[in-house]
Design a protein around this ligand. Structure first.
Ligand code: NDP
Length: 400
């Protein structure tokens, strides 16, 4: 019988919701490319309820305990005295969400001799040292596509919110003001602007599709080019490298995974090649950008704005400069964990566990590492290596 160690974010400060804002969430059964949404044999939760926090337990307890497995759920994940690190010693499976990542560094993997499966409830397994997982033969899997559209919608919202200066204008209203000139001195229309995505995978391509009706000029760079028919349909300009794309874009949205090739891709040098007054929207991973270079570019006016929901490390310490830098629209890591998304990735987590315990193959599209090498989606989108360095900083976080 297995021990499943699951790390989830804390419940709401006032406890689990007694009533939800809405009664249902739409039932999505298939994604844009034809892939089916998760197909577990059953679920023991109500879609639309809070599953991603500790008491929600991703709806897994009944299923796991009915099969004789042990489920340990905690939010205490950072530092050597954390519950996570203590429970890891005899865990067979670790489940973590990127929003509140349980960093599985090589040191931690070495302390987990029984660990066979690192499961990401969501998308993005950069919180696992993939190199160490390859070496140890640990399977790494994630619920591909489960929240890609959730993020794409968020990106469009953040682009509009930055370009139109929405957040500062809302602040004026809350302060009792009617300061139109203050609100509009940084407000523009999106129409006619050049918007480029770094990566046109599931999220990047969905962002491009959603932006088309805004009459913008669309650009992308990716390691693999989209089919010609898609390029034509969306009137896309492809760039062989990120430098060539950022030079012409007013808005750059980052939608690639974090791996050694993309770590600190947006550094001082690349940002200097962007148009003055460009915006960056980063919902991919905080570490794809150089933290201090972003701050300097906002202060100097090289960037007009920066928005996103991803930081490094997570949770970000109180003194992380992205909390206080100017012209930013940062939130905690939330875009992929709407109640709608949670229903899908909780179901996908269950599907992967069902396969794992039954010894049947996990869908190829869910695999990142398997059999001692990058596999499935991981072999396509990642490069081997480790992007967890510096994650111990997360232990400095103090709740507000
Ligand atoms: P996909 O795997 O569908 O897409 C990733 C794309 O990135 C692929 O097209 C891949 O290219 C491309 N890529 C990889 N490396 C590079 C590179 N060096 N330069 C340009 N393109 C590159 O994943 P999703 O679109 O679903 O998700 C993307 C990322 O978004 C996740 O890895 C995760 O980090 C983040 N994410 C954030 C969430 C949030 O809540 N904020 C939630 C979900 C995801 P190719 O395959 O052609 O090699």
């Amino acid at each position: 019988m297995a021990k499943v160690l699951c790390v989830l974010y804390d419940d709401p400060v006032n406890g689990m919701p007694k009533r939800y804002a809405r009664d249902t969430v739409p039932d999505i059964t298939r994604y844009h490319d034809g892939q089916t949404a998760p197909t577990p044999k059953a679920i023991d939760f109500t879609p639309g309820e809070l599953l991603g926090s500790v008491s929600g337990e991703l709806g897994l307890r009944r299923f796991l305990e009915s099969q004789g497995h042990t489920l340990v759920v905690t939010s205490d994940k950072d530092g050597p005295n954390s519950r996570f690190e203590k429970e890891l010693a005899d865990a067979d499976v670790v489940i973590s969400q990127p929003f509140w990542p349980a960093y599985l560094t090589a040191e931690r993997i070495a302390k987990a001799p029984k660990l066979k499966l690192a499961l990401t409830a969501g998308i993005g397994s950069d919180h696992v040292d993939l190199q160490a997982a390859v070496k140890r033969g640990i399977t790494v899997a994630e619920v591909t596509y489960s929240n890609s559209i959730s993020v794409a919608e968020h990106v469009v919202m953040m682009i509009l919110s930055q370009v139109r200066n929405y957040l500062p204008s809302h602040e004026w209203v809350k302060q009792g003001g009617w300061n139109i000139a203050d609100c509009v001195e940084r407000a523009y229309d999106l129409e006619g602007m050049h918007v480029g995505t770094v990566a046109a995978g599931r999220i990047g391509a969905a962002v491009l599709r959603r932006l088309k009706p805004f009459d913008v000029k669309l650009h992308y760079t990716d390691r693999h080019r989209l089919p010609e028919q898609v390029e034509r349909e969306l009137n896309l300009t492809w760039h062989a490298d990120v430098e060539s794309m950022v030079r012409v874009c007013d808005i750059v949205t980052i939608n690639c995974p974090l791996h050694p090739e993309t770590e600190h891709l947006f550094d001082e040098k690349l940002i200097a090649k962007m148009k003055r007054g460009a915006y960056i929207i980063n919902t991919a991973r905080g570490k794809i950008c150089d933290r201090d270079a972003i701050v300097r570019a906002l202060e100097s006016g090289q960037l007009a704005g920066y928005a996103g929901d991803v930081w490094f490390p997570q949770p970000a310490p109180r003194d992380h400069p992205w909390r206080s830098m100017p012209h930013q629209g940062m939130t905690p890591h939330t875009s992929g964990t709407t109640l709608s998304a949670q229903a899908r990735y909780a179901a996908g987590t269950r599907e992967i566990l069902e396969c794992f315990f039954a010894g049947t193959p996990i869908r190829d599209e869910y695999l990142i590492v398997d059999g001692g090498k990058l596999a499935g989606v991981g072999a396509h989108s990642y490069s081997e290596g480790d992007a967890t360095k510096g994650s111990e900083e997360a232990s400095r976080y103090q709740p507000a």
